[in-house]
Each structure stands twice: as structure tokens, then as C-alpha cells.
Design a protein. Structure first.
Length: 294
């Protein structure tokens, strides 16, 4: 076998945030495995990293890296970058790291990559450095649910917090905690739990909470503007005229949305996401979308 034959084939991948303000291309060997980190930040984002090298030829097609929001913590060795409009986590840079760790790309943002069959290599950065202490919930508490439990959660920097009351998560039957494969949920790594609206309190200043609305504007995906952590899916208050203008299918969805205020389970304190019984919702087909990868 020649040296050329021994080298893994390379292909051009295209990646983007959901709103399309940032688009890039990169040349990589076929992505067959990703790195999954358990640190306090990555466990909230659900990032699945692919490493790059000097041959990757990372090039920006639309937007600029300077317009992405940067967030760092701890020793500041790694700079995480996300879109300030839609909160898609795009990449991380380690300026002083070894060559293959200087630029890490979030595989969730790559177009047409099926994440399920990829091998996941786990790293345990949660055990390195000082222990991370999550921020306490700063707002009001929701009413108790009979036989329920109070959960609190937060973004990474602590500017936005959440509290919710629901049945203990370990008692839920499969189908209550949902992973959706639609264009936004697959990119942003949400894992959804859907308590009633009165049992959820999202807390933070208006300046701290980002809201991303797309398509017909039925809901807003809330996130922290500082660290980019995705929080909840908040139903928008549409006028009667706006509701009448919706398609029949969208009106039905909007009507059902008033029954819940979905929360991203990744942000909840003391909850091991891997141990929850989850079901996949085929949102990409059940909820037809006009979304096209840029």
C-alpha cells in the first residue's frame, strides 16, 4: 500500500450557525469520531468536537469571526465562539494549544453529518482545575407540584437562571425527555423537558437574555448573551391577526404550545443527562420547514 493510499480521504465540509450569519468551509478527513467533553461548559452546550490540522484550510464563506461572541472562563486557555443572534456554538480556539487543538469545530454545526453513528471519545475535563460551582437561581420560585420536585439550573456564567417544578426526572417514563432532530435543535444540542408554563421561572435581565425567533415566529429560543448557553423555548405572544395568518398546521402547534414552557435539561443542576430516558422526535419531518442550509 502506498503512502497516499494509507492516508484517509479528505472532503470539504460546510458549516454554519442556524441563522446563516456565519458560514465556513473546512477540508477534513471523513469525520468518523468526535470528542465529547464533560466540563461544566461543554455539558451545557452538548458540543461534539472535531479536531483540525494544518491541512484543514479553514475558510470563512460568510460573516467574520470577529462578529461572533467569544466566551472564556477559568484559566482562559480556550476561547468558545457562538453566534450572537441564534446562539449556535460554532468553534473553540486554543491559541497556545498543540497544533491539532488550536481550532476545534463543533460537529453539530456541520451540514449533512449524521451524528448518531459517530464514535464518541470522552474526555473528562471536569476533573481538571478548580471545581465549578453553578450559580444559584436569582428569581422567584415556581409553585410546588404535588409529588413533584424543584429543580434549578443556570447558564455557565450565571447571568441567566431557571427554576422549575415537575415530577422527579428519574420517575418519568420514556417519551417525556425529548431530543428533536429539526434544524435548530440538532444544531444547538437541546434536550427538552416540557413543564407547564406556570411551573417554570426564567430569570435574568432583559439585556442578559437573548431570544432567537425564526420561521413563523411561534416561539423564541432563549439563551444567555454572555456565554451562549441555550435555556428554554418560550411561546411568543402573537396577535389575533398574526395567528389567523398562520397555516392550519402552525395554528395547531401554536395552540398546543400554550400548554408548556420547554426547558433545556442540560442546564439543570445535579441532573445526569446520560441517565435520563430520552426519545427522539423526528421534528425534521413531522414539522415541515422551509429551512435550507446556507
Amino acid at each position: 500500500m502506498t503512502v497516499a493510499q494509507d492516508q484517509p480521504s479528505r472532503r470539504t465540509y460546510r458549516g454554519n450557525c442556524h441563522c446563516g450569519n456565519f458560514v465556513y468551509e473546512v477540508d477534513l478527513p471523513e469525520v468518523r469520531s468526535v470528542v465529547e467533553c464533560d466540563c461544566s461548559f461543554c455539558s451545557r452546550t452538548g458540543n461534539l468536537y472535531v479536531l483540525t490540522d494544518e491541512e484543514s484550510n479553514f475558510r470563512i464563506v460568510k460573516g467574520t469571526e470577529e462578529r461572533l461572541k467569544s466566551y472564556t472562563f477559568g484559566a482562559g486557555n480556550k476561547i468558545h465562539k457562538f453566534c450572537p443572534k441564534c446562539a449556535t456554538s460554532l468553534l473553540s480556539r486554543m491559541p497556545n494549544g498543540p497544533p491539532r487543538l488550536k481550532l476545534l469545530l463543533n460537529t453539530r454545526a456541520l451540514q449533512d453529518v449524521d451524528l448518531d453513528p459517530l464514535e464518541r471519545r470522552n474526555i473528562f475535563n471536569s476533573k481538571i482545575g478548580a471545581e465549578y460551582l453553578p450559580s444559584e437561581h436569582k428569581g422567584e420560585m415556581p409553585p410546588n407540584v404535588e409529588g413533584g420536585q424543584l429543580y434549578t439550573g443556570s447558564c455557565h456564567c450565571g447571568a441567566v437562571t431557571v427554576a422549575l417544578s415537575c415530577k422527579p426526572l428519574d420517575e418519568f417514563n420514556e417519551g417525556v425527555v425529548v431530543v428533536c432532530n429539526c434544524s435548530i435543535c440538532s444544531r444547538n444540542g437541546y434536550i427538552w423537558l416540557s413543564p407547564r408554563p406556570e411551573n417554570v421561572v426564567l430569570s435574568g435581565s432583559e439585556d442578559a437574555i437573548g431570544r432567537y425567533t425564526f420561521a413563523e415566529g411561534l416561539t423564541s429560543k432563549t439563551f444567555c448573551r454572555t456565554c451562549g448557553i441555550n435555556m428554554t423555548d418560550l411561546r411568543n405572544q402573537l396577535s389575533r391577526d398574526e395567528v389567523r395568518a398562520l397555516s392550519k398546521h402552525s395554528r395547531e402547534i401554536y395552540g398546543r404550545n400554550k400548554e408548556s414552557h420547554p426547558v433545556n435539561v442540560r442546564i439543570l443542576h445535579g441532573v445526569d443527562v446520560d441517565k435520563l430516558k430520552k426519545v427522539t422526535f423526528a421534528g425534521a419531518t413531522v414539522m415541515p420547514s422551509t429551512y435550507i442550509n446556507p
